[in-house]
Design a protein around this ligand. Sequence first.
Ligand SMILES: [Zn+2]
Length: 158
Amino acid sequence: MSEMISKYLSYEDYQCHHCKKTPFPLFTEYRTALFEAFDNIVESLKIKVIVTSGWRCEEHQEELRKAGYKAAMFSPHFFSAIDFLPDPKSGVSVSEVVKFIEENYPKMRLGYRAYNYRFIHMDNVYNVPEEDLNKLLDKYPFEVKEHVKRAWRPGVTW
Ligand SMILES: [Zn+2]
């Protein structure tokens, strides 16, 4: 059995698929809040979930882009994001999970329509301190910075 980050999230699920690393320090205030929300969703809906993506390093994001995935150049996964879906055997749909999140965590940024309800992208990157954000963001082109400042706001869904 894999070691756990929180009650329902394992290291194996959250670590970068490419280098197996997790961010350091792992338990920042914003990441801990995301893990707690994730646990509460799983527990309240009594579902099993399949996590398809947790943390990603910049190199992995670049690989995804090169492989033709519709991945952003600067990803919420660099900070605090989880992609997941309810296990089909749980009998709960992606829409039902989205509804629960929107009711209980209205600030979460949620992607699901753009992915045809195949999975849910959930993040709280609006809580990343400006200083931490800029440490990475400063390396990217101006348009990317402008986009991030505009789009990384609470309650955005796509
Ligand atoms: Zn990596």
